[in-house]
Write a protein that binds this ligand. Structure first.
Ligand code: TYM
Length: 342
């Protein structure tokens, strides 16, 4: 039996309020969150403290606040039900930050030095990166462990951070002689949408920070924008392949087929068979119709929700109270284990 199995199942995940969410965030994570609500209790946070590590948010309080509300609106518009599932911003549950400090003392420099996301984000000038960016994965571990969450649905790019969270949990349990205190959280990384690539370059991840807006479909895009971006998406001159071996050296074809499969909730093999031998033009029309049918209603609902920020704020506030009620006793146990209280 895994350590997670000894704990009550609980899902925790989050997204950063930086720029607008895109199709990768939706297919890699959010879509799975909506499904998992029917399987076990869930908590979803808007990780505003993580956002502060990004240039697009640092020093821009109004942008952070707006993006926080917009991300909460996206969760709700995509189908997270705030009556059942708390949706809150991380900074409002101070227990995340308190536990993060303890976990900073558990995690080793060597572990953080291996994090590829820090290397990518800090670029050539590591010494100019913030300490917050470096310890980002420790705060992420605290987000999860402060609730003793057992399952963490994320996209493929977060795999390494989750392995680190498991290592931190294990080391804490060992060092403070509390076997099984923290569960070793299970990553839930599934489906053809776990790694959505840029529409302009099939070898690069679709991301909020890529300069060209045509590289991604934003969750706020309307039907015309979605259709136009799919029409402009990079392809190659060959017809669509008859099996997945035909994707070799054709990352754009593979990406578009994966996106179709994830949106249609069909196996990739079935989608390949459906379009085998066809030209991209026909396939793109079908993909565009599907994407508009699935995504435009989410954008519409987000716009409606953003017209009433007061209601979003009420949801964030009551959800933070619910989250705090779970986190407080865990943090109290941690304080006892490390010797802050007895
Ligand atoms: P963020 O905001 O960068 O990403 C949010 C989620 O979207 C997924 N994702 C993708 N999935 C598929 N294809 C893509 N191109 C793509 N781009 C992004 C990410 O994997 C993620 O699931 N570090 C987290 C935020 C976080 C968190 C946590 C997550 C902070 N604390 C605790 C889980 C548990 C992140 O990447 O956010």
């Amino acid at each position: 039996m895994s350590a997670a199995a000894k704990h009550t199942p609980l899902v925790l995940s989050g997204m950063q309020p930086t720029n607008t969410l895109h199709l990768g965030n939706y297919l890699g994570a959010l879509k799975n969150w909506v499904r998992m609500q029917n399987e076990m209790p869930c908590l979803f946070c808007v990780v505003d403290m993580h956002a502060l590590t990004q240039d697009s948010a640092y020093g821009k309080p109004a942008d952070v606040m707006r993006a926080t509300r917009e991300v909460a609106a996206a969760y709700i518009a995509a189908g997270v039900d705030p009556k059942r599932t708390p949706i809150f911003n991380q900074s409002q549950v101070a227990e995340h930050a308190e536990l993060a400090w303890v976990l900073n003392c558990v995690a080793r420099l060597g572990w953080l030095d291996r994090m590829t996301q820090f290397k990518e984000k800090s670029g050539k000038h590591k010494e100019r990166a913030s300490v917050g960016l470096y310890t980002y994965p420790v705060l992420m571990a605290a987000d999860i462990l402060v609730y003793k969450a057992t399952h963490v649905p994320v996209g493929d790019d977060q795999k390494q951070h989750l392995e680190l969270a498991r290592d931190i949990a294990q080391k804490f349990n060992n060092d403070f002689s509390a076997p099984d205190f923290f569960p070793l959280p299970e990553p839930v990384i599934t489906g053809p949408g776990m790694r959505v690539m840029s529409l302009r370059d099939g070898t690069k991840k679709m991301s909020k920070t890529e300069e060209s807006d045509n590289s991604r479909i934003n969750l706020t895009d309307d039907a015309d924008a979605i259709a136009q971006k799919i029409r402009k998406a990079k392809t190659d001159p060959h017809p669509l392949p008859a099996d997945d071996k035909g994707f070799a050296g054709r990352p754009e074809a593979e990406n578009l087929i994966n996106i179709y499969a994830a949106l249609a909730e069909e196996p990739v093999a079935k989608v390949i068979a459906q379009f085998a031998g066809q030209q991209f033009s026909g396939f793109k029309n079908a993909l565009s119709d599907l994407a508009v049918a699935k995504l435009a209603p989410i954008a519409g609902e987000m716009r409606r929700l953003m017209d009433d920020p007061g209601e979003i704020d009420r949801i964030l506030k009551t959800s933070a109270e619910k989250a705090r009620a779970i986190a407080q006793p865990v943090l109290h146990e941690v304080k006892k284990l490390v010797g802050f209280v007895d």
